[in-house]
Ligand binder design. Sequence first.
Ligand SMILES: [Zn+2]
Length: 116
Amino acid sequence: MNDHVTISTFQLFARFPDAESARLYLEGRLWPAGPVCPECRSSERITARKGGYYRCNACPNDYTFTVRTGTIFERSHVPLHKWVYASFAKKLGIPQDVAIEFNYADEQKARKGRKK
Ligand SMILES: [Zn+2]
């Protein structure tokens, strides 16, 4: 992430209103030159699919991945924009434990929601 961020909490929420906007942002950070397969590190034969999914045609079985694959976000059920908020919160001087708590509560909610 950029070390010279001068963005207010308000701007942050306006910039990333949903998971989609955060995904596009993270994709731009992770893949400045376009999607890269996390499995074979190739960017040659990637097909974009709906909802942020990409297929690598160079990998066996048409390996499918997202910007979350292979990152700390992969196993989380927290929407991507919440993660972006959490990483910016650190830069805004919001204590990290508060940001983590925020995400944790959200994740618990998401888990409960799925059980129903
Ligand atoms: Zn691949």
